[in-house]
Design a protein around this ligand. Structure first.
Ligand SMILES: *[C@@H]1O[C@H](CO)[C@@H](O)[C@H](O)[C@H]1NC(C)=O
Ligand SMILES: *[C@@H]1O[C@H](CO)[C@@H](O)[C@H](O)[C@H]1NC(C)=O
Ligand SMILES: *[C@@H]1O[C@H](CO)[C@@H](O)[C@H](O)[C@H]1NC(C)=O
Ligand SMILES: *[C@@H]1O[C@H](CO)[C@@H](O)[C@H](O)[C@H]1NC(C)=O
Ligand SMILES: *[C@@H]1O[C@H](CO)[C@@H](O)[C@H](O)[C@H]1NC(C)=O
Ligand SMILES: *[C@@H]1O[C@H](CO)[C@@H](O)[C@H](O)[C@H]1NC(C)=O
Ligand SMILES: *[C@@H]1O[C@H](CO)[C@@H](O)[C@H](O)[C@H]1NC(C)=O
Ligand SMILES: *[C@@H]1O[C@H](CO)[C@@H](O)[C@H](O)[C@H]1NC(C)=O
Ligand SMILES: *[C@@H]1O[C@H](CO)[C@@H](O)[C@H](O)[C@H]1NC(C)=O
Ligand SMILES: *[C@@H]1O[C@H](CO)[C@@H](O)[C@H](O)[C@H]1NC(C)=O
Ligand SMILES: *[C@@H]1O[C@H](CO)[C@@H](O)[C@H](O)[C@H]1NC(C)=O
Length: 775
């Protein structure tokens, strides 16, 4: 996904040049983790390099991932703050040279806004509360970044150094500051800052009003921060939303106060308003301060409870880091890769690290704040979805590696439906109406066809059926363009205004009409799969019929490409109506009926030629999701060896272990999920089919201890690193005739055996073989 700010400036040439130099010389540093922070020893966690895909300066390497410490799916991720974050700007940027504090962030992706963050800034000497004045310089050589521990040396503003270290559990940040040759140490806790709340305009600054309370007796600074940068988009205003925090120190305060817009109030124990912080100074002779910061979306009391539950008094930073490292090891050490280089291991395990961050926990202690009805409810809840991206492969990967989370994640979506009226599309605390399609339909159907049903199936079907049958408000006169303000739930814009009656979304009424048409058709298919699973056979047949006919209502026989249409049926032009893609990528966007698409394009041989034109003409754009499945299409047209070639090419160009090592936005894990599946040798082209299309495994052997399986899944492909082509494949001793692997083949473990080759092979490549015979 790549949503642009309207007034975003283009990057200057000099900056681009600097970035290229940076990405080459980058990071020869962060491996010297103190042994106290490497327990358990020797884990695949050590391959995780949290800088990969941060984005640096390159317009091409814009993964937007921050080096952050927190366990999998953590509610809050802690990161060094190198700049003020807002939509399109992450709180940590590798090109920056100053650190302004440490941020407990909820910004789940570079294109979304922050919500209710907590910020802790150490200092020494005069209190510096104003953002611009509190930055301290640092060098990447002085940093250590791992999944569970981060450390950096900061140059004190008035001399000396501050060694800052951090780890975190899901709802508590644990920071330790060691002051070396500095003046009087202090720690500032920021409640509110100047914020870009106008979402698509960085110059539109507003000032959220928060609260600070200082309790010297209990060594606590607590408060509330209502900032939610996405509040002007989306149908739910979530008026009482706030991030609450309790920062508890292990050292008594020598003095304390509040700071507001640079004005210090000594001895003040509370404050309210804009640009507000609290601070505590520590007694002479104190060189080290630990602070644990509990956070909550419910209340200060809940934040305090979270603190006491997750990191009780007396817990050392080492213990916290050990616990978080163990949580990562529990997942990452389930996968054993043989035959990968150091760089490939870093790319692979960092990819796994990225795929287990979102959606993130929104519930605390069995309760959650719902922004849909502005009320606290019982139950589990998750937020930070980018479903337009993640329905493709990220969800399939989470079903394999984190199946224990899936029922809670689905139930959470059902709660969103109950409290807000619709399943989520892009939930960032509440719905933001970003991107198109109702792909929660796909997530639910995929879970069900893969055997996960521990949630309210009846409500699930009701919610999915609503997506397929109920249009949004004002469907005939609202465009639902990206980030359109003051509109209701976007859901299937265009459903009643033409799609349901004719099969296409009208381009003269709605934005992104051609992409919507294809997405709705796939979602109809997902809904039909779910309907069949709950024995709603009439709905299954009806939705299936529309799913298979709708895509071809926009297939222009004269051009051979998909093309948007207006309400009256006229063609809208080849460049109209696309969501982050073009007619090339989207003409391949019928994953649930590839044979019909192939027929429209003149049969297998002609389709393979079309794919060649697509790739050779530079039309495949792996930096964004609509292209992700396309390299796998050769296999479905009887040209598997060409899929194998293209997959290796795409991998080489779009993934490496540098700061710019993700060519496109990570998109809550989808970019990495593509890499992981491709490396294993298969990919969920049509997620709700419960089938995978065989690609080309990258390594000699991969063993995965799947949590839901009795036996490990073993994938052997001797020589794969230098042999991209497949000679034959067998699964549990049975030869695979075609390039399709079913979920049932692998769900309980087993053995996939690839025989690899240096040269293209006939396996699953009948179209190529017959073409060769003809010539
Ligand atoms: C990092 O900062 C540079 C320089 O301001 C900017 O060009 C780049 O887009 C930023 N990267 C990300 C991922 O925000
Ligand atoms: C960046 O991407 C553009 C468009 O895909 C491509 O033309 C260009 O070569 C890429 N630049 C680098 C440095 O990879
Ligand atoms: C600026 O942001 C506020 C919300 O903070 C919004 O109401 C207003 O419309 C925005 N102004 C512009 C010019 O975008
Ligand atoms: C902060 O102080 C500056 C002057 O020092 C003033 O111009 C500005 O309006 C103040 N901001 C707020 C939000 O009070
Ligand atoms: C703050 O309180 C301390 C201790 O009571 C006192 O010594 C000091 O003068 C007070 N400071 C100010 C600015 O009021
Ligand atoms: C669309 O139509 C409805 C109902 O007639 C009306 O209330 C609404 O203001 C219209 N919206 C726009 C954007 O014209
Ligand atoms: C395109 O051709 C198919 C047969 O290949 C036909 O069924 C269909 O009606 C045609 N579509 C249009 C829009 O003319
Ligand atoms: C069909 O709709 C388009 C777009 O609104 C318009 O330009 C065109 O004139 C219409 N054609 C007919 C035959 O009404
Ligand atoms: C096209 O290739 C696919 C995959 O090999 C095969 O299943 C299908 O039968 C082929 N179609 C034709 C018409 O040969
Ligand atoms: C890493 O990948 C990015 C994104 O595709 C690319 O721009 C960059 O040149 C690559 N760097 C190296 C060292 O290969
Ligand atoms: C590949 O085919 C050959 C010959 O049929 C057979 O000996 C070999 O076991 C097969 N390998 C796999 C992995 O199925």
């Amino acid at each position: 996904m790549r949503r642009e700010l309207r007034n975003e400036k283009t990057v200057g040439r000099l900056i681009v040049l600097a970035a290229v130099l940076l990405s080459v010389s980058a990071r020869l540093h962060q491996r010297d983790v103190p042994s106290a922070f490497s327990k358990p020893a020797s884990s695949a966690v050590d391959y995780v390099d949290p800088y990969i895909g941060n984005g640096g300066d390159s317009p091409n390497g814009s993964g937007g991932m921050i080096p952050s410490t927190a366990p999998p799916f953590a509610m809050t991720r802690w990161t060094a703050q190198t700049r003020q974050n807002y939509v399109s700007v992450t709180p940590y940027n590798y090109t920056d040279t100053s650190i302004y504090g440490f941020q407990g962030t909820h910004q789940p992706a570079i294109w979304m806004g922050e919500s209710g963050q907590a910020i802790i800034a150490p200092g020494a000497g005069q209190i510096q509360s104003v953002f611009e004045k509190r930055g301290m310089s640092f060098k990447h050589e002085g940093e250590i970044a791992t999944a569970s521990y981060y450390s950096v040396l900061l140059d004190g503003i008035e001399g000396g150094q501050i060694h800052a270290e951090q780890s975190a559990t899901s709802r508590v940040g644990h920071l330790r500051f060691t002051f070396k040759d500095t003046k009087t140490p202090y720690v500032l806790v920021e409640a509110t800052r100047a914020s870009v709340m106008g979402s698509d305009d960085p110059t539109n600054v507003t000032h959220p009003l928060g609260e600070i309370t200082i309790d010297p007796l209990h060594r606590e600074i607590s408060g509330r921060n209502p900032e939610r940068q996405d509040f002007i988009i989306g149908p739910s205003p979530a008026p009482s939303f706030a991030g609450y925090f309790v920062a508890r120190f292990d050292v008594p305060f020598a003095s304390y106060g509040t700071a507001q817009n640079g004005t210090i109030s000594e001895n003040a124990t509370s404050g309210q308003g804009a640009l507000l912080s609290g601070f505590a100074r520590f007694p002479t002779g104190i060189h080290q301060v630990n602070v644990r910061v509990g956070v909550s979306f419910i209340s200060v009391e809940q934040a305090r409870k979270n603190l006491d539950t997750e990191i009780p008094d007396g817990t050392s930073l080492e213990k916290t880091a050990e616990k978080t490292r163990a949580a990562w090891a529990e997942k990452l050490d389930r996968i054993k890769v043989e035959g990968a280089t150091q760089e490939e291991n870093e790319i692979f395990y960092t990819a796994v690290f990225h795929t287990l961050q979102y959606p993130y926990e929104q519930s605390e202690d069995g309760k959650y704040y719902s922004g849909y009805d502005d009320t606290v409810h019982e139950g589990d809840s998750y937020t930070g979805y980018s479903i337009w991206d993640t329905f493709r492969a990220e969800w399939a990967w989470q079903i394999l590696l984190a199946p224990e989370r899936i029922p809670g994640m689905v139930q959470s979506m059902l709660q969103d439906y109950i409290e807000g009226g619709w399943l989520p599309m892009w939930k960032n605390i509440v719905e933001t109406n970003i991107m198109v399609g109702t792909h929660a339909d796909s997530l639910i159907a995929e879970a069900v066809v893969k055997g996960i049903r521990d949630f309210d199936l009846q409500t699930a079907f009701e919610a999915v059926l609503k997506d397929a049958t109920v249009p949004p408000d004002n469907d005939w006169n609202t465009s639902y363009f990206d980030r359109e303000q003051h509109v209701g739930y976007e859901v299937r814009a265009g459903l009643s205004s033409v799609y349901a009656s004719h099969g296409w979304v009208a381009s003269d009424i709605h934005s992104e009409a051609a992409s919507r048409t294809l997405d709705y058709a796939y979602d109809d298919y997902a809904a039909s799969v779910l309907a069949a699973a709950v024995s709603e056979d009439k709905w299954a047949a009806k939705l299936r019929e529309r799913a298979f006919s709708a895509p071809f209502t926009i297939f222009n026989n004269e051009t051979g490409f998909m093309e948007a249409r207006n309400a009256n049926g006229s063609w809208a032009g080849q460049d109209a109506g696309w969501t982050e893609g073009d007619m090339w990528a989207y003409t391949f966007d019928v994953v649930h009926d590839v044979p019909a698409l192939i027929t429209r394009r003149g049969g297998n041989a002609s389709f393979v030629k079309f794919l060649d034109e697509h790739f050779d003409g530079g039309h495949n754009d792996h930096t964004n999701e609509p292209s992700h499945h396309i390299p796998y299409f050769y296999s479905l047209a009887g040209a598997a060896s060409k899929s194998q070639e293209r997959i290796r090419e795409v991998t080489k160009i779009n993934y490496n272990s540098s700061v710019n090592g993700l060519s496109g936005n990570e998109d809550c894990g989808q970019m990495s999920a593509w890499y992981i599946f491709s490396a294993l040798g298969f990919y969920p082209v049509d997620p709700v089919s419960a089938e995978y299309v065989i690609g080309t495994p990258f390594f000699d052997k991969v063993t995965i201890d799947l949590p839901a399986a009795k036996h490990p899944l073993v994938i052997t492909s001797p020589g794969a690193p230098s042999k991209p082509y497949i000679k034959n494949v067998s699964v549990n001793g049975k030869k695979l005739a075609g390039p399709i692997l079913t979920h049932a083949d692998i769900a309980s473990g087993g053995h996939i055996e690839f025989e690899m080759s240096e040269t293209p092979q006939a396996w699953a490549s009948a179209t190529l073989v017959s073409a060769r015979d003809e010539s």
